[in-house]
Design a protein around this ligand. Structure first.
Ligand SMILES: *Cc1c(COP(=O)(O)O)cnc(C)c1O
Length: 506
C-alpha cells in the first residue's frame, strides 16, 4: 500500500487524471464558505429569546468549512470511482442490475411529482394517487395477485409485510402455527423475515437437480406450518417447475405460499406466480422494474396478495371511487385487521414513478421481450463459459447462471480471486459465495440490457482469467492491480473500524 500512501502525500492528484480523494473534513479550511448570503435587512433577533435557551447548543458543530468548488470537485471525483450500470455490464447475480432508461428519470422529475409534498391532502395529490393505483393494478396483472400495496421500501420489507399478513391471517382464524418452510437455496432475507415474525424456520433441501421436489415438501409439511417461502426462478437461476404441485400440498394442510418475487424478471409476461399457487409475494421495483439501486437505497418492495389476505394489507390502502375521467382517489384507513403502516407517507414515491414509466413505455409485449432476452442472455453466457468453468447444476437457466471455482482447486485460485481479477478487466464482480448450497459460487446475471458484443467481451474476460489462473495463479491471487487500493483486510475493517472524527484527535 506504500504506493498509494505516497500518492496521497503529494496532494489529491495521483497519476494524470486519476485522483486520490481526501475526506471533506480534510479539505476543510477555517473560514471558507460555500454560500453567499445578502446582508441582513431585517432587525437581528436573539435566537435564545426566540427558541428558548434550552434549544441552543453550547458549542458549534464541527462541520467542514468549504467553498462551493471544493464540494463540487470532491463529489465529482468520488463519482468517477463508482462502478455503475451506465459504465458497463454489471453482472451482480440476483440483483438484476439492468439499464435504467433515462426517460424514467425525466418522468420522476416532472415538476408536479418532483415538488409534491408528502403532507398534501389526497385531494391535491390526485395525479400521483392515480399513478400509484395504476401501478398497483399493473403489478397485480403481471403477477396474478388481487391487490398490491406499494408501501414497503425494499424486498426485505415486502417479505416482512407478507409474513406479518400471514401471521395476522392465522391469528384471525384462531390458528396457532409456528413454522415456516424455507428451501436451502433461499436468500437470507427469507429466514430472517420468518424469524422476525416469531416463526421457527425449517430448511427444506433442494433436489440434486437444484430445484424443490414435492416429496421434500410432503415430508416437511405439517398442520403446524404457516407457510412455505419460495423463490421462482430460484437463486440458482432455475425454474421451480413443481410449484403448482408443491402449492397444492401446502394448501391441503391449510398453509399459505409466499413468493419471493426478486427474480420475477424472466417471468414477466410469460408466467404469473399467482396462477402457480402463490398467495402473497413481493416485487423489487429496483430490480425488475428498472429503478436505480445500489449503495444502500432507496428501494421499493411492493407486496401483492390474493383476496384472502386483502383484509390484512398495510394501511392506508389507496382506493378509487367512480370510474373513467370522474375517478377520484383517496386513502382508506378502515382496515380493522390491517398489519398497520410500514412506511411514512406513501413509500419511496420516486421509485414508483420510475417503475410506472418503465411499464408504460414497454407495454405488455415489451415486458415479455425483456424476460425472453434476459433468459437468452444468461443461457448464451452459460454456453460460452461451460467448458472452462465448473457448472454445479448444468441445466438451461432463466435469468442467471451459477458457476464455481471447483475446477481450479489444484491452482489455489478461488472465486474471490476471480472476482477481484475481473475488476482489472473493467467489470464489477458478480455475486460470489451465494447461493450457499454451491461451494465457491459465482452468480452471474447479465440482464436483457446487454448486446451480443457486450456479452462476448465479458465472456472473453472470464475465459482469459481462467487461463491466467492455470498459468500464473499469483497474478490472479494478488488482483486487482489497476485500482487505487488492492485488497483490503476485510476482517480488520469489520473488527477494527477506523472511525475518525474531525478535527483529528477530538
Ligand atoms: C434482493 C433479494 C431479496 C431482498 O430484496 P431487497 O430489496 O434487497 O431487500 C430477497 N430475495 C432475493 C432472491 C433477492 O435477490
Amino acid at each position: 500500500m506504500s504506493g498509494s500512501d505516497s500518492r496521497h502525500s503529494v496532494g489529491n492528484v495521483a497519476t494524470g487524471f486519476s485522483y486520490e480523494e481526501p475526506l471533506l473534513f480534510e479539505h476543510s479550511r477555517p473560514g471558507r464558505v460555500g454560500a453567499d448570503l445578502p446582508r441582513l435587512d431585517v432587525p437581528e433577533v436573539d435566537p435564545g429569546k426566540v427558541l428558548g435557551e434550552a434549544a441552543l447548543r453550547d458549542d458549534l458543530a464541527t462541520l467542514p468549512e468549504l467553498s462551493e468548488i471544493d464540494v463540487v470537485r470532491h463529489f465529482t471525483r468520488l463519482s468517477t470511482w463508482n462502478a455503475s450500470v451506465d459504465l458497463g455490464l454489471y453482472p451482480l447475480g440476483s440483483c438484476t442490475m439492468k439499464y435504467n432508461p433515462k426517460l424514467n428519470e425525466r418522468v420522476a422529475r416532472l415538476a408536479g411529482f418532483g415538488s409534491a409534498h408528502p403532507l398534501q391532502p389526497p385531494k391535491l395529490l390526485q395525479g400521483f394517487l392515480h399513478l400509484a393505483y395504476q401501478l398497483e393494478r399493473h403489478l397485480a396483472e403481471i403477477s396474478g395477485m388481487d391487490r398490491v400495496s406499494l408501501q414497503p421500501a425494499a424486498g426485505a420489507q415486502g417479505e416482512l409485510a407478507g409474513i406479518m399478513m400471514i401471521r395476522a391471517y392465522f391469528q384471525h382464524r384462531g390458528e396457532s402455527r409456528s413454522r415456516i418452510l424455507v428451501p436451502d437455496s433461499a436468500h437470507g432475507t427469507n429466514p430472517a423475515s420468518a424469524a422476525l415474525n416469531g416463526y421457527e424456520v425449517i430448511s427444506v433441501p433442494s433436489g440434486d437437480d437444484g430445484i424443490l421436489h414435492p416429496e421434500a415438501i410432503e415430508a416437511a409439511m405439517t398442520p403446524d406450518v404457516a407457510a412455505l417461502m419460495i423463490t421462482n426462478p430460484n437463486t440458482l437461476g432455475l425454474f421451480e417447475s413443481h410449484v403448482p404441485r408443491i402449492a397444492e400440498i401446502v394448501h391441503a394442510q391449510g398453509g399459505l405460499v409466499y413468493g419471493d418475487g426478486a427474480n420475477l424478471n424472466p417471468l414477466m409476461g410469460i408466467a404469473r406466480p399467482g396462477d402457480l399457487g402463490t398467495d402473497v409475494m413481493h416485487f423489487n421495483l429496483h430490480k425488475t422494474f428498472s429503478t436505480p439501486h445500489g449503495g444502500g437505497g432507496p428501494g421499493s418492495g411492493p407486496v401483492g396478495v390474493k383476496n384472502i389476505l386483502v383484509p390484512f394489507l398495510p394501511t392506508p390502502v389507496i382506493t378509487r371511487r367512480n370510474g373513467g375521467v370522474e375517478a377520484e382517489y383517496d386513502l382508506d384507513y378502515e382496515f380493522p385487521h390491517s398489519i398497520g403502516r410500514l412506511h411514512a407517507h406513501y413509500g419511496n414515491v420516486g421509485m414508483m414513478i420510475r417503475a410506472y414509466a418503465y411499464l408504460r413505455s414497454l407495454g405488455p409485449d415489451g415486458l415479455r421481450r425483456c424476460a425472453e432476452m434476459a433468459v437468452l442472455n444468461a443461457n448464451y453466457l452459460l454456453s460460452r463459459l461451460r467448458g472452462a468453468y465448473h457448472v454445479p447444476y448444468d441445466r438451461p437457466v432463466m435469468h442467471e447462471c451459477v458457476l464455481s471455482d471447483h475446477h481450479l482447486a489444484q491452482t489455489g485460485v478461488t472465486t474471490l480471486d476471480i472476482a477481484k481479477r475481473l475488476i482489472d478487466y473493467g467489470y464489477h464482480p458478480p455475486t460470489i459465495y451465494f447461493p450457499l448450497i454451491v461451494h465457491g459460487a459465482l452468480m452471474i446475471e447479465p440482464t436483457e440490457s446487454e448486446s451480443l458484443e457486450g456479452l462476448d467481451r465479458f465472456a472473453d474476460a472470464l475465459l482469459a482469467i481462467d487461463r491466467e489462473a492455470r498459468e500464473q495463479p499469483e497474478l490472479v491471487q494478488s488482483a486487482p492491480h489497476h485500482t487505487r487500493r488492492s485488497r483490503l483486510d476485510e476482517t480488520r475493517a469489520a473488527r477494527n473500524p477506523v472511525l475518525r472524527w474531525w478535527p483529528e484527535g477530538d
